[in-house]
Design a protein around this ligand. Structure first.
Ligand code: MUC
Ligand code: MG
Length: 373
């Protein structure tokens, strides 16, 4: 069977969300992705996805820059190798472009999908095999309207889909955030766990002032309170906080993880393909983090079913994933990009079964939502 990569195509796809989603530094009502399709000499294809959140606001990547760098630099570097040459693909892409982690992860995910489909093997098998086929899944509350968020959380609890909720704060004054959180905790605190993501929105002084109150309220985890550029501030805060801090935007590469661990800038690490640049690199980052004693959290960037399946392929193979995952993306989109959808049941997300990423991309939906160039 000829697994040579013969073609790599990409599309920008814009998918509306069911409600606005606010973070401290951006707000979206539509998710934009770059979808990558790899075609092999044997005729098999595979898909990958690069997610963004509010343009180049969560990171420096935008769908426009991701597509351009895939089409002009990354795809040509990978054409002609075998789909199973994952490490080689990573080296070739690293020599073709600095960083561009979301773009690289989309290409590598497509290689895993194509190789798995051609060989009839699940992608997780290329990563050491599954140690779990389902994991606890967190839902994000991010409309900024406590009444709506309480209603949304109650619906997710009643449907037995989610019982840990990540509240996005940092886009209002801290005092307003605190009162919104108190209302949410009063409403669901008895039956749900609540964590917060500040998305770099607070100064160290503000965090010093308000982290104790978040702890007293019973917030279980505090994500990236300060600037990703100020790892030392995170370390000082982590040293004083009795609620674990999670490192997100501050740690993309393995070297970032080593720095976060050396400085003790937190005790939980959010793992994401848009930060690691590929499934194998994500596993490496997880191994480094675990060696420093970080607990692991399966992060997301509101991926569709395509990117979610890619994350689940690697998350399912991690020896430990203490915090489960937050891949709620497929359920906040007005429509997903795959047929059948990802299964959310008994407060867990269930890994798709089947070769490659285990999903069937809906090519009709893709072409309907593809941005017309
Ligand atoms: C982030 O910073 O965690 C993940 C969930 C969410 O609502 O935002 C993303 C990015
Ligand atoms: Mg975050």
């Amino acid at each position: 069977m000829d697994l040579t990569v013969r073609a790599i195509e990409s599309w920008i796809v814009d998918v509306p969300t069911a409600r606005p989603h606010k973070l401290s530094n951006t707000q979206i009502a539509c998710q934009s992705y770059v979808i990558v399709r790899v075609t092999l000499a044997c005729g098999e294809t595979g898909y990958g996805e690069a997610a963004t959140l509010g343009g180049p606001r969560w990171s420096e990547s935008s769908v426009e820059s991701i597509k351009a760098n895939i089409d002009v630099y990354l795809a040509p570097a990978v054409l002609g190798i075998r789909a199973t040459d994952f490490e080689l693909a990573s080296l070739l892409m690293a020599s073709a472009a600095q960083r561009n982690f979301a773009a690289k992860a989309a290409v590598e995910s497509a290689l895993f999908d194509a190789a798995g489909r051609a060989l009839g093997l699940p992608a997780s098998l290329f990563l050491g095999g599954q140690v779990r086929n389902a994991m606890e899944v967190i839902w994000a509350l991010a409309s900024g309207d406590a009444d709506q968020e309480i209603e949304e959380a109650r619906a997710k609890l009643a449907a037995r889909e989610h019982r840990t909720f990540k509240v996005k704060i940092g886009f209002r004054e801290p005092r307003e955030d605190i009162s919104r959180l108190r209302r949410i905790l009063d409403a669901i605190g008895g039956e749900a766990r609540v964590i917060v993501d500040i998305n770099q929105g607070w100064s160290e002084a503000t965090a010093l002032r308000f982290l104790p109150e978040l702890a007293e309220m019973g917030i279980a985890l505090i994500e990236q309170p300060c600037s990703a550029l100020n790892m030392e501030a995170m370390a000082r805060l982590a040293g004083r906080s009795n609620v674990p801090l999670m490192v997100d935007e501050a740690a993309f590469t393995g070297q970032d993880v080593i720095r976060a661990g050396t400085l003790a800038a937190g005790s939980v690490l959010s793992l994401k393909l848009v930060k690691s640049g590929g499934l194998i690199e994500l596993k490496r980052a997880a191994g480094i983090a675990a060696a420093f004693g970080f607990e692991l959290y399966g992060g997301c960037l509101l991926e569709s079913g395509i990117g979610t399946a890619a994350h689940l392929a690697v998350f399912s193979s991690l020896p430990r994933l203490e915090w489960g995952t937050e891949h709620f993306g497929p359920r906040i989109l007005v429509e997903d990009l795959i047929r059948g959808g990802i299964v959310y049941r008994d407060f867990q997300i269930h890994c798709p079964e089947g070769p490659g990423l285990g999903i069937e991309v809906n090519e009709d939906t893709l072409s309907r939502l593809a941005r017309k160039t």
